[in-house]
Design a protein around this ligand. Structure first.
Ligand SMILES: Cc1ncc(C[n+]2csc(CCOP(=O)(O)OP(=O)(O)O)c2C)c(N)n1
Length: 307
């Protein structure tokens, strides 16, 4: 695996991949703007700075694989479905919302995709789905995204135990952004994620790159083995650019500066200016249009069993 990107050039991306990265970036910047104006209710957690994780994984996962997302899931959803209208409608409670507008930012279910805001909850569920897939759809897998702070939840270890014991096709993606809400990882985690995976005999891979192409190449073979029943923990060393949710960033200035220094957006603009500026403006305009169109829709109606 490559070391940090300092001094390294990001490899050129296919337009489709760069567009997706930019879509997630501008979609979430728009969310923060809408919250700032009081146009959205509830809460939201942006993945600004971490967008490359689901975009890189996108081509390594197939439509039959299950994806379990967490509270920081807009990038996961958009990478899977490229559906900014449905997601924004869900968050704004407008017609066309993915889950009738009752799931909001954190609780989305669509096809083989599900997110939850409850830390660690998805791990045993994903392990159970992986067991089902092993029995009835061999070759498919369950992928679950968790943060570093979520390793404080006991359910994570119950799931890892069964995944190892039953040789489940479970891919655990850890987005280690160095902090859980307001607690730095170093203040709450004894040992390392790698040590904890090793305790179950589960392989662990560390990804420090933000280069989508490079990440794909480095994980391709490992993820193929997950499909054969070898669970895997992939830990991305990443950086959260924005606050935990909205206005709650209490990190020291140097930590925020390090996050900015590692931002793929700035690096890519520097390394590939022509492609970047061509697509950046277009995607930003697309997001503006989505936001205007969705905001003008009527309120969504919940037609579920409780109605
Ligand atoms: C069971 C549970 N406990 C606490 C919370 C409140 N909470 C929401 S996000 C979060 C921090 C999660 O940190 P981490 O797993 O590192 O993910 P990150 O936010 O950094 O992406 C906490 C404590 C929750 N949602 N669920």
């Amino acid at each position: 695996m490559t070391e940090t990107l300092d001094g390294l050039r990001l490899s050129p991306l296919a337009d489709e991949d760069l567009e997706l990265l930019l879509l997630v970036r501008h979609f979430e910047l728009k969310l923060l703007e809408l919250y700032g104006r009081g146009d959205l209710n509830g809460t939201t957690h942006t993945c600004l700075g971490q967008e490359y994780v689901p975009v890189a994984l996108r081509s390594l996962l197939g439509p039959a694989d299950h994806v379990f997302s967490n509270h920081r899931g807009h990038g996961h959803y958009l990478s899977r479905f490229r559906d900014p209208h449905g997601l924004l409608a869900e968050i704004m409670g407008r017609e066309g919302a993915v889950c009738g507008g009752v799931g909001g930012s954190q609780h989305i279910h669509r096809d083989r995709y599900m997110s939850t805001g409850v830390q660690g909850e998805s791990m045993p569920v994903a392990a159970g789905v992986a067991l089902h897939l092993k029995r009835s759809e061999p070759g498919t897998l369950a992928c679950v995204h968790i943060g570093d702070g979520t390793w404080g939840e006991g359910a994570v270890y119950e799931a890892l135990n069964l995944a190892a014991l039953w040789r489940l096709p479970l891919l655990v993606v850890v987005e280690n952004n160095g902090i859980a809400q307001s607690t730095p990882t170093a203040s709450q985690m004894a040992g390392t994620v790698a040590d904890r995976a090793a305790a179950f005999g589960i392989p662990h891979r560390l990804v420090v790159s933000t280069d989508v192409n490079e990440i794909r190449i480095s994980l391709e073979r490992e993820i193929a083995r997950v499909r054969e029943g070898r669970p895997l923990v992939v830990e991305f060393v990443t950086h959260r650019l924005g606050p935990h949710s909205k206005g709650d960033d209490i990190r020291p200035a140097d930590v925020v500066r390090t996050a900015r220094d590692n931002d793929w957006y700035t690096h890519y603009a520097h390394d590939h200016p022509e492609q970047f500026h061509r697509l950046d403006g277009a995607v930003k305009a697309e997001v503006e249009a989505v936001a205007d169109e969705v905001a003008a829709r009527p309120l969504s109606r919940w037609e579920g069993p409780c109605a």
